[in-house]
Design a protein around this ligand. Structure first.
Ligand code: ATP
Ligand code: HSE
Length: 358
């Protein structure tokens, strides 16, 4: 390995209304890892330091931290049972935890890319996705975080054996390492089947920016998935499919059509069920429209929430301050950020770019 590796992974917003577990958008907030191997670093285990979002809660033990656990999983799948010696990692994170901006997806993708660099695995994008999908089992965030842009993805129907391998409990993929794990722990990790995830990048109109309205509370994705039903009516599924088909092209057109996009970002599959977890969600998504807020194109829950994502061409401050006012009436304080749709993950070695998704 080169002496320093820098890995930059973007935030993502999944679903964009009707595309539950299907579409994702990379956004200009980043998780940046700097990994160095130097004799001056302690020999073992690796050290982790952390700044930015989540710094007060993220584990710094490499056997407990999500990124380094994913890295070790990928290494173990390549018969490398420990981290390299003299490894030190600094993470700087701009992506708030548990807000629907893909913090866990970014941490997982960073772990896969770190293993790929440390062990010079030369993994294809498809294989990297296989590893990421063994951890984060819906493809929308991790695919957009790796590839960048506005991305649609699906999971291939696997044969019975591959399906069983893809569904091994997360506790086997990322085991609780014993306190004395040390080097050479844990043989025979569950290898991912080949080619689980498939994707395509859609066009994106450069005039569209994203206003992220971020409530000051965390909502775990697991909790926000637990409230969803197991089955849906044909009417509701057709409602979403019709809108998603239109949305994927509508967001690439110049100039974008606000009436079309606003309607096409409506959803009946996840947002109605998540209302109870996010005070203000129905009001914010129904009271802000292209008519009341010129420049607004569409508004939805970002990922599993609680962040609201407004796509707009202008009028960003008014959109954000009116959304903040509605939230405040429900007792929720928010922060907001104006974000761009950005490229996917990038890896540099000794300051030279060595990997990015084309
Ligand atoms: N940079 C990171 N390093 C280590 N762990 C992280 C990092 N980012 C997120 N995590 C872990 O992931 C958890 C949040 O994941 P969760 O899936 O609930 O939300 P999210 O990914 O932010 O939202 P969404 O999936 O809806 O976009 C955090 O509480 C933390 O445990
Ligand atoms: N599609 C996922 C994204 C969150 O990770 C969900 O809405 O639960």
């Amino acid at each position: 390995m080169a002496q320093t590796v820098t890995i930059r992974v973007p935030a993502t917003s999944a679903n964009i209304g009707p595309g539950f577990d299907v579409v994702g958008l990379s956004l200009s907030l980043h998780l940046t890892l700097k990994a160095s191997i130097a004799d001056s670093n302690p020999r073992y285990p690796p050290t982790i330091s952390y700044s930015g979002e989540g710094a007060d809660e993220v584990p710094l033990d490499p056997y407990k931290n999500l990124t380094t656990r994913v890295c070790l999983y990928v290494l173990r799948c390549h018969d490398i049972s420990s981290f390299p010696e003299h490894l030190a990692i600094h993470a700087h994170n701009e992506i708030p935890f548990g807000r629907g901006l893909g913090s866990s997806g970014a941490a997982v993708v960073a772990g896969v890319l770190l293993a790929n660099s440390l062990a010079r695995l030369n993994l294809s994008i498809t294989r990297m996705l296989d590893f990421a999908l063994m951890v984060e089992r819906h493809p929308d965030n991790v695919t957009a975080a790796l590839i960048g842009g506005f991305v649609g993805s699906y999971l291939r129907e696997l044969d019975d054996d591959a399906q069983a391998r893809a569904q091994v409990p997360l506790s086997e993929v990322l085991p609780e390492y014993p306190p004395d794990a040390g080097e050479n722990w844990g043989k025979n990790p569950p290898h991912p089947p080949e080619g689980i995830g498939h994707y395509v990048r859609f066009g994106w109109s450069k005039s569209i920016k994203a206003v992220a309205i971020v409530p000051r509370f965390e909502l775990s994705t697991a909790t926000a998935r637990d409230v969803l039903p197991q089955s849906y009516s044909r009417k509701d599924l057709v409602f979403n499919l019709q809108r998603l088909a239109v949305l994927t092209t509508a967001l690439s057109q110049s100039p974008p059509d606000p009436g079309l996009i606003y309607d096409a970002m409506q959803d009946r599959v996840h947002q109605p069920y998540r209302r109870a977890l996010i005070p203000g969600l129905p009001e914010v998504t129904s009271q802000l429209t292209p008519t009341t807020h010129p420049g607004l194109l569409g508004i939805c829950l970002s990922g599993a929430g609680p962040t609201i994502l407004a796509l707009a061409m202008e009028g960003y401050e008014k959109i954000a301050s009116d959304a903040a006012h509605i939230f405040r009436e429900k007792g929720v304080e928010v922060d907001w950020k104006l974000l761009e749709v950005c490229p996917g993950s990038i890896v540099e070695e000794n300051g030279r770019e060595v990997w990015k998704a084309i």
